[in-house]
Design a protein around this ligand. Structure first.
Ligand SMILES: O=C(CO)COP(=O)(O)O
Length: 255
């Protein structure tokens, strides 16, 4: 079974400026070497700039959201084909901030993942429970409800026992709070997700799918989180805005 390549993805959220983006990417680009995949997810207006900044660095880049629709009267939305014109190869879908502030359902998220896959973009599908759900013992059922529509709609894109799709487990209570899931807590959920993928898609697909952890990952805790068997890297928020922090996290993933 081929080993999954570690993946460090920076989600800039609604942060950045032309000047800050340039300094940020120039500040960590030298850390990007073989053995780890590195991507940044910038706000839409900066895609063209970031495309230029990452050229020749080995860094991939993408958007933080995408429309499930191809074109038409959908004010404010951005289609897969528009993203591809700017060289985008990946997109986040279903981040908890989209689910909570924009009422995105798991079905809607799954259809965004379908649109991405249909157009040849790799979706990173974000899932995760709230603190109240965790405290009520609902982690498994919440994750199943988020994951199952994705698998149901996207399984047709499995080819040769693999698919161009990444899952990010981001417990809502750990996002931007400074409280991170312990490596053991995160590993337990990642194993649960992989078991569900196995039940629905088979062992080989489950083993080839990368599952990232997100939520208050910092240079100081990244190595022990990434060392866990089913944790294939991280989706980084706050620490992705500092080139030194992001560099430290990339180094932790390189091992
Ligand atoms: O939401 C996240 C990445 O998508 C995680 O954010 P923080 O790393 O700031 O907790």
């Amino acid at each position: 079974m081929s080993k999954r390549t570690k993946f460090v993805a920076g989600n800039w959220k609604m942060n950045g400026s032309l000047a800050a983006n340039q300094a940020l990417i120039e500040g960590f680009a030298s850390e990007v070497q073989s053995g780890v995949d590195v991507s940044v997810f910038c706000p839409f207006p900066y895609l063209a700039q970031v495309a230029g900044l990452v050229k020749g660095t080995g860094i991939s880049f993408g958007s933080q959201d995408v429309s499930a629709k191809a074109s038409g009267a959908y004010t404010g939305e951005v289609s897969v084909s528009m993203l591809k014109e700017f060289g985008v190869t990946q997109t986040l879908v279903g981040h908890s901030e989209r689910r909570s502030f924009h009422a995105e359902s798991s079905e809607a998220v799954a259809l965004k993942a379908v649109a991405a896959l249909e157009g040849g973009l790799m979706p990173i599908v974000c899932v995760g429970e709230t603190l109240a759900e965790r405290e009520s013992g609902l982690v498994e059922s919440v994750l199943a409800a988020q994951l199952d529509p994705v698998v149901e709609h996207c399984s047709r894109f499995v080819s040769n026992d693999t698919w161009n799709l990444v899952i990010a487990y981001e417990p809502v209570w750990a996002i931007g709070t400074g409280v991170t899931a312990s490596p053991e807590q995160a590993q337990a959920v990642h194993a649960m997700i992989r078991a569900r993928l196995k039940a629905m898609l088979g062992e080989v697909v489950a083993q080839s799918t990368r599952i990232l952890y997100g939520g208050s990952v910092k240079p100081g805790n990244a190595a022990e989180i990434f060392a866990k068997e089913d944790i294939d890297g991280g989706l980084i928020g706050g620490a992705a805005l500092s080139s030194s922090d992001f560099s430290g996290i990339i180094r932790a993933a390189r091992g």
